[in-house]
Design a protein around this ligand. Structure first.
Ligand code: NOJ
Length: 557
């Protein structure tokens, strides 16, 4: 595909995704809890930043034992946050600003308080029994399979009343749904259809490998689900039938070569987060060596034309380093989270980017410059644009789920409630709202917010960054990544120095004689010689983006 018009058909290939939790974004009624009406109020802010796709973390009714990832009703809104009416108003307002909205689709499990599970555990012959996965015999030791090893001893829990064990990969209060049951699959389609009908543009699909893996575990409906990926294909076919431009963005943290099976031949997930590249990026940053990142990018498998990687440097969970070797993980821990209180589950970090980079603006900007220039669709977690820090005293992953910091006012102007009533306390100390907030940064052309906004706009005006073919440019410095992405006669060259010492980087670009490299982030210009060569002086942790301009070409930089 090489037409600019196709960038709007496949809008998600050049989108800027922004993930937020309604609960911690903006509280419009002063009860201490963020709400949908509050988010509507802040749509203008997101529009100014240039966000094109909101990803809303779960806002469904919930006992809230996993921050809303434990759902009791897939068709409603947690009354603390608002109503279905508020969500429809949100979707409409977002659309007016050119923003799409995707929501979490939780089909691996429900809360144990969901009416289905309450019914299922009443008796072995309850009609809802087979909505979940049960076993009668004592399970083997599964302690190494529990996703939250600090809380759970394994993935099976005995239901005292019916004396069978039920499956749960996550918490024991989150029983896994039995997707081998056709009735459960029908329920899932209904949920997908419901939200599409309300104007939602797609889904971030939670825990994908887990629910496909469950299939066949109990032998139930084995024939019907002999090919687990058919289940994903069915969801995709249903989604695309209902809404041709809707997207499935999957959470699939498995090695690259396994990950591609979830794209299949282009008829399963449209997009997946690139967990591997994210982890290797941190290894590269820890070492000041571009090698691991470069290798991850070069060994990214080919994916179907109609699929895409989503890039990120932080999300709402632990910053997982589970796919690094033990030694590599130890290096990243030593560099970015040496204290035990900064680490979690033995595999991840509780921290956000700025504190990990010791608050060094050069290194923080380097990270975001990489995020927006590596091939893929960038995804931000709220507060990254202003450089929020974390609250290490908060429990586990809640460290990064603190209230958005709007201004230096009390509670960071997230809420007018008394501090004791807040859903979470704002980040204390040096990264608190007094020092890090949207109000101050939006008025400062040199702030991180203004920088991220520039990255967003430059990314949006250069579709080759989302759609292009990636190449690494040869150059001699191990700490430097020089790459280009090309699409439809356009090319962006980006150069990043992951080391602290200045470097002069010889570049050679495949471009006709007389071409120039026009900086996209400043007014710098490099003239390429007849061999397409030029030299670039980069400071320590320096970065540059260029548009390759052909002599006489009419394209804007
Ligand atoms: C993945 C989500 O990202 C995480 O926050 C949640 O705890 C688990 N799925 C269980 O739903």
């Amino acid at each position: 595909m090489t037409r600019i018009t196709e960038t709007s058909d496949q809008w998600w290939k050049t989108a800027v995704i922004y993930c937020l939790d309604v609960e911690t974004f903006f509280d419009s009624d002063g009860d201490g809890v963020g709400d949908v009406a509050g988010l509507v109020d802040r749509i203008g802010y997101l529009d100014q930043l240039g966000v094109t796709c909101l990803w809303l973390m779960p806002f469904y009714p919930t006992p809230d034992r996993d921050d809303g990832y434990d759902v009791t009703d897939f068709y409603a809104v947690d009354p603390r946050l608002g109503s279905l009416g508020d969500v429809v108003e949100l979707v409409r307002t977002a659309k007016d600003r050119g923003m799409r909205v995707i929501v979490d689709l939780l089909i691996n499990h429900t809360s144990d308080q969901h009416p289905w599970f309450k019914a299922a555990r009443r008796s072995k012959d309850n009609p809802y029994r087979d909505y979940y996965v049960w076993r009668a015999d004592t399970p083997p030791d599964t302690s190494d399979m529990a996703v939250f090893p600090d809380q759970e001893e394994g993935i099976w829990t005995l239901d005292e009343k019916t004396e069978e064990w039920y499956l749960h990969h996550f918490y024991s209060h989150q029983p896994d749904l039995n997707v081998a049951n056709p009735k459960v699959r029908d329920e899932i389609m209904k949920v997908v259809g419901f939200w599409l009908e309300l104007g939602i543009d797609g889904f971030r699909v939670d825990a994908v490998p887990f629910f496909l893996e469950d299939i066949g575990m109990t032998g139930q409906d084995a024939d019907a689900m002999a090919h687990p990926h058919d289940h994903l294909k069915d969801i995709r076919a249903f989604l695309s039938r209902r809404r041709g431009d809707a997207v499935l963005l999957g959470e699939v943290n498995v090695p690259h070569e396994e990950q591609v099976t979830y794209f299949g031949d282009g008829h399963q997930l449209h997009m997946m987060f690139d967990f591997i590249t994210m982890q290797k990026l941190y290894l590269s940053l820890a070492r000041g060596d571009a090698g691991p990142l470069t290798e991850a990018l070069l060994t990214r498998p080919e994916i179907p034309e109609d699929c895409q990687w989503a890039t990120f440097v932080r999300n709402h969970d632990e910053l997982t380093l589970d796919k690094l070797s033990e030694e590599e993980r130890a290096e990243v821990f030593a560099a970015f989270g040496p204290e035990e209180e900064m680490q979690i589950y033995g595999r991840g970090l509780k921290r956000r980017v700025p504190p990990m980079m010791d608050g060094d603006p050069r290194r923080i900007r380097l990270v975001y410059s990489l995020l927006f220039s590596l091939p893929g669709t960038p995804s931000l977690f709220y507060g990254e644009e202003i450089g929020m820090g974390e609250d290490l005293a908060a429990d586990g992953r809640m460290a990064v789920r603190t209230p958005m910091q709007w201004s230096p006012e009390p509670n960071g102007a997230f809420s007018t409630a008394a501090p004791a009533k807040l859903v979470a306390r704002p980040v204390p100390d040096g990264y608190g709202p007094q020092f890090v907030n949207a109000w101050d940064q939006m008025r400062d052309p040199d702030s991180l917010w203004s920088f991220v906004r520039q990255l967003v706009q430059t990314y949006r005006s250069h579709p080759e960054l989302g759609r292009g073919t990636f190449h690494v440019l040869d150059q001699p410095h191990p700490e430097v990544l020089a790459h280009c992405v090309a699409w439809d006669g356009r090319m962006v060259v980006a150069v990043h120095n992951l080391g602290g010492a200045a470097r002069t980087v010889p570049l050679r670009v495949d471009a006709p004689a007389g071409s120039t490299l026009e900086s996209l982030l400043s007014d710098e210009r490099l003239v390429l010689d007849d061999d397409g060569a030029a030299e670039l002086a980069l400071d320590g942790y320096g970065y540059r983006w260029f548009h390759v301009h052909h002599a006489g070409g009419l394209r804007l930089p």
